[in-house]
Design a protein. Structure first.
Ligand code: C2O
Ligand code: CU
Length: 456
């Protein structure tokens, strides 16, 4: 729906959103609970900024959903229709998020507010990591505003949008009161282009306990870390040692090829209170070292049956993967696939970014992968957990190891710098099917949107 948000002092900002707010409602579920998300498209017919038709496709990023519920870019729901998305929720505890994925307008739609977190819990995670009010979602985005408070949009010829205001959960540079205990933050970089390098003003470590696909096998303490759009990092911050009244800032050191402004080096702040701490909660002072393993992290390169290589590049003003774009997929009647792994096979995918001028956060739908190496070296400490987005920095080649399943069918892979994705750095791969095989989970036909007459 369209709504009006109070983001800036004295001004209001028209937004698009799920259920009235940006970010939309955080959905929280236990592992094993199947869920149906009914997305009713009650958006206006056209986007107020550029007039494009406000069709949507909703992707639950981090979920191994069937293709027809995966937010396939061209599986669009027009205004006045709804679509039921079925989510299996069989995976381990993790931080997911849902956002618009409508073909060619994902960037502007997500930027306008169509994004929110989704948390999957399980018993082990409940035992090991802070819960409830000590388990805090931080959705970070950047934005630019016109004088009247409305959002501005300029993606610099599809290279990237660089807002000068940092928002956390839809508020500019907020301050949060914290107790003298350990907190867990689920940090989602929801910027459509900007990457971050979070760090604490006190020099204290950020303890990485989770990545996109859930808990890391071994916690990693870092002074700062590189965080691209769509990546999720779960981070513990220990406020025990600070004085009452002390302010600790979460700052942003930035990375190459972002455009920074006067205040984009700040994210938010924490004010330490003297409020009594519940020390019967065993997570109040726990900084775990060993957490839990997971299937992707237990894979070994020797299990791989095939290595494929993908080049990320710009040609004739279009962003491409191996010289192909989503337009080529459309032109093929959604048949063209860039890879065709067998069901449950393990493969190594090498992703190469030869340029010095751009970084690309590459997202592969359906799977969680392990980062085997970057430019021949070990993955950075903070990314040694199950991942579904990898930061492919300037001049970098990453090697990823993953198993293709449990579903068969066609899935997207794309750059998560959303103006790149829209223009047109997106491809598809096909799991466990040949091009001519019947596809019972055809994302374009298997679950059609329904006209919303308001009765259900
Ligand atoms: Cu978060 Cu295909 O996207
Ligand atoms: Cu890109």
């Amino acid at each position: 729906m369209a709504a009006v948000a109070q983001i800036l002092p004295r001004l209001t900002t028209p937004i698009l959103c799920y259920n009235g707010s940006f970010p939309g409602p955080t959905i929280s579920l236990d592992r094993g609970t199947k869920a149906v998300l009914r997305v009713r498209n009650q958006l206006p017919a056209q986007h107020p900024l550029d007039g494009h038709t406000l069709y949507t496709s909703t992707h639950l990023h981090g979920s191994a959903s069937l293709p027809q519920y995966d937010g396939y870019a061209d599986d669009i729901t027009n205004p006045g229709f709804y679509k039921d998305y079925r989510y299996p929720n069989f995976q381990h505890a993790r931080t997911l998020w849902y956002h618009d994925h409508g073909v060619h307008f994902t960037a502007l739609n997500a930027y306008s507010g169509l994004a929110a977190q989704y948390h999957l819990h399980d018993p082990l995670e409940r035992q090991l990591l802070p819960q409830g009010r000590y388990d805090v979602a931080l959705t970070i985005s950047d934005a630019m505003f016109a004088e009247n408070g409305s959002l501005g949009y300029d993606d610099n010829s599809h290279s990237g949008l660089w807002g000068d205001v940092i928002l956390v959960n839809g508020r500019p540079w907020p301050v949060m009161k914290v107790q003298k205990r350990v907190y867990r933050f689920r940090i989602l970089n929801c910027c459509i282009s900007r990457s971050l390098r979070p760090t604490l003003s006190t020099g204290a470590p950020l303890v990485i306990v989770g990545t996109d696909g859930g808990m890391v096998p071994v916690a990693q303490s870092v002074a700062n870390y590189r965080h691209a759009g769509a990546e999720r990092y779960e981070v513990l911050i220990d406020f025990r040692k600070y004085a009452t009244g002390q302010r600790i800032e979460l700052r942003n050191l930035s990375n190459n090829n972002n455009v920074d402004y006067d205040f984009t080096n700040k994210i938010m702040a924490f004010d330490v209170t003297g409020d009594p701490v519940d020390t019967t909660d065993p997570t109040w002072n726990r900084i775990p070292t060993t957490l839990v393993g997971s299937e992707p992290m237990a894979l070994t390169a020797a299990q791989s049956v095939k290595t494929r290589r993908f080049r990320l590049q710009r040609s004739n003003g279009l962003w491409k993967i191996n010289d192909a774009s989503w337009q080529d997929v459309i032109a093929s009647g959604y048949k063209r696939a860039i890879a065709d792994p067998a069901l449950n096979s393990v493969e190594i995918w090498e992703i190469e970014n030869g340029s010095g001028g751009w970084f690309h956060p590459l997202h592969i739908h359906l799977v969680d992968f392990q980062i085997l190496s970057r430019n021949g070296r070990a993955a950075f400490p903070h990314e040694r957990g199950p991942k579904d987005v990898v930061y492919v920095g300037e001049g970098e080649t990453v090697r990823l190891l993953m198993k293709f399943g449990p579903h068969q069918g066609r899935y997207m892979m794309h750059c998560h710098n959303l103006p790149h994705e829209d223009h047109d750095m997106m491809a598809q791969f096909r799991v466990g099917l040949k091009e001519t095989d019947p596809d019972p989970n055809d994302p374009m036909v298997a679950a059609r949107p329904v006209w919303d007459d308001g009765t259900s």
